[in-house]
Design a binder for this molecule. Structure first.
Ligand code: GDG
Length: 733
């Protein structure tokens, strides 16, 4: 049975005109049409592009879209569409994603609509999605959708792809809703970008806004894991090949050739958008024409598709571009030529191909662009001719199109210079440039892009809480069977992050009423031997838990306080800590250089905490420190560990696993031993090869433990149920 791929984008890939609905043919449609049908059925959810206020008409359009095009419409009122699309999406997020904070406008009402519309989309997706389906959410208009879906359907497989750049944190932080937006994206199981630079900026932004450290491959949030990847989008290659083979194409190309006879053609195609660098390009053309003695022999063709015409900045842009084109044509026109041929409109696909094929040069100079498909489309159409691509180094495509002439679009003199250089190249030189790029563009096309994203999304793990539940039920059974025997059971429980939620300030993590009540309950179990085993100092453990009849193990096994006693025994008598002084001096250098960080000295270890340092700087310094300490201690029995917002140096002999083994040996027979913990230091317990061991990991991350629960509250709940006071007889209900 084929999975359904539910593709969610702001606009449906259709145009509704009167009673006629036609499918549009953008890259996304092509990409998804190319998926193997036996593997995936596709369904689209999106806005049909117009408000249909009348209920009857909505029903009719919905029926037609579903039956004829596999599309499910999300109807929006005019007000919703304007505030969500023109307002929040295109006047607020779009400029920031493209490094233009001066264009950022924000109105609180837009934010309300943006959330509402994302919610309407979420409802529509949930109505249509089944458990085994995949949902692929596209672009900046729907940044909140992944988290909304995740909250409502935790087991759904959700992908998110951003078609624009993701800017540096310094830019993104300008947005009044910056945190909510990135948190929304993190609901996805996989997040894709066109280029690695965007992914890197996203990670840095998440780290600095939400305090979550990432390794550039995954972002782990409470209970969930978003994988990250780079997937440069491609063009609909077969469609271009097919068009180039058509008679209509040959005909149109011939007509254009005659119309532009004896001219070198330079084409630029884009939506009329301020990110596309149109005004800067006109500046460069001015520069070029001013130095040219062959104005009659060159023609610049601009195809600028009207875009976002309701937005003021776009209206100004049209006015400015039109006036500048007029001015330049006035300045440079001769009796034989008007150098800029400007079309403010859209042309048919076959004409576009003919124009690309005929052009000597494509001048593609966005100020910034997620990818830029025009550059790739131009190359695709250079099957017989050898045209040249002049490409902005700020387009995502520049990373792939290695043989283009790259330019800085802000440097109009340099762009003019590159134009001259390009016009002087021989056919062979041009062919050597274009052919290898064409091979790449035709091979790594839109289908390849979609398949690689979807395959990765499918092969990654889902955040499936059912697995956790099933697992833990098995653990429950084992505990209940053990309790029924009436024989002793041993519990080894870590404290911070296991029994108690972590606090920004570790001193604040005292047992709260929920923890206290559980501990009292556990303390009443006669056949249950309880050890609290922690990295904390003796003093902390004594102060937090000293009144309970438990065994306490401090500093990862360095010292132990037997149940009911006040004195601590050192378990690390044979360990030499002479290294501490020397390494402390290094930690002090880091403490001084990293505002907000602090050193904690314990008997058996030293710890550098950076919880209060600037997020990214703290993590960066921590990596440096870990590296330096690891190199220094390589030949010594010393362990350096980069944990949660801290770097810890301990004697390698001290570890929780060894301490647990020691206690178990002393206890003699036990029917079952349960070890629970949340971080790396607890893994030594999970790795023990003792019989009848039940190991539980709290929270996300790789582990050797057999069972997992999501957080301390869930773990407390689990323990509370298993060790109810009425079981103190040791007999299961
Ligand atoms: C966003 C990102 C990213 C243009 N004029 C005509 C026409 N077009 C078609 C082109 C091309 C498409 O429009 C434009 O795509 P781009 O990729 O160049 O730019 P955006 O619209 O800004 O797209 C961008 C893209 O998403 C995909 O992820 O590359 O960075 O900003 O396909 O051919 N098509 C026809 N007539 C025209 O007059 N038929």
């Amino acid at each position: 049975m084929a999975n359904t791929l539910i593709n969610v984008s702001n606009r449906l890939p259709v145009t509704v005109e009167g009673d006629k609905i036609t499918k549009s043919s953008g890259g996304l449609v092509a990409a998804l049409e190319g998926l193997p049908e036996d593997q995936y059925k596709t369904k689209w959810i999106g806005w049909p592009g117009a408000a249909f206020p009348e209920e009857g008409r909505r029903l009719e359009v919905a029926r037609q879209l579903e039956e004829e095009h596999g599309c499910v419409p999300v109807f929006l009122s005019q007000e919703e569409a304007t505030a969500f699309y023109e307002g929040f999406s295109n006047s607020s997020i779009w400029p920031l994603l493209h490094y233009l904070p001066n264009y950022l406008r924000y109105e609180p009402a837009w934010w309300v609509h943006y959330q509402n519309v994302n919610r309407i989309f979420a409802e529509k997706v949930l109505e249509n999605a089944h458990q085994e389906d995949m949902v692929w959410v596209h672009d900046y208009q729907l940044m909140l959708l992944p988290a909304m879906l995740r909250a409502a359907a935790p087991t759904l497989r959700i992908g998110f792809f951003l078609h624009t750049p993701f800017p540096a944190y310094e830019i993104f932080r300008c947005h009044p809703r910056r945190r909510e937006l990135v948190a929304g994206m993190l609901g996805a199981n996989r997040i894709g970008f066109h280029a690695f630079g965007y992914l890197r900026h996203f990670c840095s932004t998440v780290q600095r806004l939400l305090g979550i450290e990432t390794d550039l491959t995954h972002i782990r949030t409470e209970g969930y894991d978003s994988a990250l990847g780079v997937y440069p989008i491609g063009i609909n290659a077969p469609k271009f090949e097919e068009t180039l083979d058509s008679e209509e194409f040959q005909q149109r190309r011939e007509e254009f050739r005659l119309a532009h006879e004896n001219k070198r053609l330079v084409v630029s195609v884009e939506r009329m958008d301020y990110t596309k660098g149109i005004l800067h390009r006109l500046e460069a053309i001015d520069n070029f024409l001013a130095g040219s003695d062959k104005i009659d022999a060159i023609r610049f063709v601009f195809v600028s598709v009207p875009s976002r015409e309701g937005i003021e900045e776009y209206q100004h842009l049209v006015e400015e571009v039109e006036s500048r084109v007029g001015q330049l044509n006035g300045k440079y026109a001769t009796l034989l030529n008007s150098p800029i041929h400007f079309i403010h409109g859209s042309i048919p696909f076959v004409d576009l191909c003919a124009l690309y094929a005929l052009a000597d040069i494509a001048l593609v100079t966005p100020l910034i662009d997620g990818m830029n498909l025009v550059a790739k489309e131009f190359i695709a159409c250079q099957r017989e001719n050898a045209g040249l691509l002049i490409l902005s180094e700020f387009a995502g495509a520049a990373e792939e199109l290695f043989n283009a002439l790259l330019v800085n679009p802000y440097d109009s003199a340099a762009v003019a210079g590159t134009l001259n250089e390009a016009l002087a190249l021989s056919t062979e030189q041009k062919r050597n440039r274009i052919l290898p790029m064409r091979e790449r563009v035709m091979r790594y096309d839109a289908r390849h892009w979609a398949r690689s994203f979807i395959n990765d999304l499918m092969s990654g793990p889902t955040s499936d809480p059912r697995t956790v539940e099933t697992d833990i039920r098995e653990a429950r059974e084992q505990i209940e069977n053990a309790l029924a025997t009436g024989k002793p059971i041993a519990l080894f429980l870590d404290y911070d992050g296991t029994l108690r939620e972590i606090e920004l300030d570790p001193r604040a993590a005292t047992p709260n009423p929920a923890v206290e009540s559980l501990l009292r309950q556990l303390g009443q179990q006669p056949k249950v031997d309880i050890t609290i085993i922690s990295g904390r100092s003796q003093e902390d453990l004594g102060a937090f838990l000293g009144d309970h009849p438990f065994r306490l193990i401090a500093e990862h096994g360095a010292s132990l306080r037997p149940p009911g006693k006040k004195e601590w025994e050192r378990l690390d008598r044979n360990i030499n800590y002479a290294w501490k002084e020397e390494l402390l001096a290094i930690l002090r250098i880091y403490e001084q250089a990293t505002p907000g960080s602090a050193i904690e000295e314990k008997h058996s270890s030293i710890v550098w905490h950076y919880r209060r340092a600037e997020e990214e700087f703290g993590a960066w310094k921590a990596n440096q420190l870990t590296e330096e300490l690891t190199a220094l201690t390589a030949n010594h029995p010393i362990k350096v560990r980069h944990g949660k917002k801290m770097v810890e140096v301990t004697a390698a002999e001290n570890n929780k696993g060894a301490a647990v083994a020691r206690v178990l040996d002393q206890l003699g027979h036990y029917e079952l031993a349960l070890c629970a913990g949340d971080d790396q230091t607890d893994e030594s317990m999970f790795e023990l090869t003792r019989p009848r061991l039940v190991t539980v990991k709290i929270g996300v991350g790789t582990t050797q433990a057999r069972f997992r629960v999501s957080d301390p509250a869930a773990f407390r709940n689990f323990l509370g149920k298993e060790f109810r006071s009425c079981r103190s007889s040791g007999v299961a209900e």
